[in-house]
Design a protein around this ligand. Structure first.
Ligand code: SAM
Length: 313
């Protein structure tokens, strides 16, 4: 960070422009943080998921004061660090060297150093490296400090319009279809919204598997969040699967799937619909057709059919 933040901020603080006033406050806050020594520990620092302005003042001050920043990709993070004039030494920390580097980092932490971890985007450890390191640091009793900020999963969930009271972050699904389907079946009865990261070229086939295995549900594709081509597309899983080009989307993608709609249709409405359908098909076929249509268990439709038959007799 520049050394002259304090004097520059006091000049701007006297400005009458409201926008410059905010900038001055922000600058003064960073300057205040920079003037204090950073307590030793492992800092998990969230960084932008696209828009470079999405970084907290505390994150900047920690990155500037840390003894070393471990980056998933040092060249990728150089852009962010240069943008904010942060000259702290960087070292690589990724899936392939996490175990080896963790030992070195724990030694640094035991000698009271300040180590920051950042990933290419968002919050470290969320489908990114760092879990083994944090577990080892906790086991050694070393302070682990979160510097919260962006994460694609929370931005996607909150913009989705789908229930936020209970949700499950499922990370990336397996790339192979058989394993992906098994995983989706495991997740299908979780009572809450489901959040997935997905590669853009696999989005169409994943949505199609979801439509087949998760039943009738609302879903959202959140693409390129915080970037120029940000897009939120809402619809049923089946509609989104049909509308997504089979050769893939461009950019980065999060899929949010709403909870099962088991209670969305009342017994009364389901029975009325069943009565109509039973005029053209057997109860067994009707139970399957309505279960698929409303995302309800076949046994529920079947039971309503038996009850109605009993009442008629
Ligand atoms: N740790 C990151 C976080 O906190 O969001 C996620 C890292 S994970 C390796 C990368 C995945 O996150 C991408 O494949 C995509 O699914 C999602 N992602 C990251 N940035 C995104 C963005 N700007 N818009 C939509 N999805 C994004």
């Amino acid at each position: 960070m520049p050394d002259d933040t304090t004097s520059a901020s006091s000049e701007i603080l006297h400005s009458t422009s409201p926008s410059l006033g905010s900038a001055a406050r922000a600058q003064a806050t960073v300057a205040g943080l920079l003037s204090e020594p950073l307590a030793p520990g492992l800092y998990l620092v969230a960084t932008p998921i696209g828009n470079l302005a999405d970084i907290t003042l505390r994150a900047l001050s920690v990155l500037a004061r840390a003894d070393v920043i471990y980056c998933e990709d040092t060249r990728h993070s150089a852009k962010l660090l240069q943008h904010y004039a942060i000259g702290t030494r960087t070292r690589p920390f990724h899936d392939h060297n996490e175990e080896r580097e963790s030992e070195r980092i724990i030694e640094l932490l035991k000698s009271d150093r300040c180590v920051a971890i950042i990933s290419d985007a968002g919050t470290p450890l969320l489908s990114d490296p760092g879990f083994k390191l944090v577990r080892a640091a906790a086991a050694e009793g070393v302070p682990v400090i979160a510097i919260p900020g962006p994460s694609a999963l929370l931005s996607a969930l909150t913009t989705s319009g789908l229930p936020t009271d209970a949700f499950f972050f499922a990370g990336f699904l397996p790339a192979k279809q058989a394993a992906r389907r098994t995983r989706l079946t495991e997740l299908s009865h979780i009572p809450g919204s489901l959040i997935f990261y997905e590669a853009p070229h696999r989005t169409a086939e994943t949505l199609s598997d979801m439509a087949g295995l998760l039943g009738v549900r609302q879903a959202v594709i959140a693409r390129e969040l915080t970037k120029l081509h940000e897009e939120i597309v809402r619809g049923s899983l089946a509609d989104l699967a049909t509308a997504t080009p089979v050769d893939g989307l461009k950019g980065e993608v999060v899929i949010v799937v709403g909870p099962e709609q088991v209670q969305a249709i009342s017994d009364e409405v389901l029975s009325e619909r069943l009565a109509g359908v039973l005029e053209v098909m057997s109860l067994k076929d009707a139970a399957k057709a309505l279960a698929d249509e409303f995302g309800v268990p076949k046994s529920r439709v079947y039971g309503l059919g038996i009850k109605a038959k009993g009442a008629r007799e």
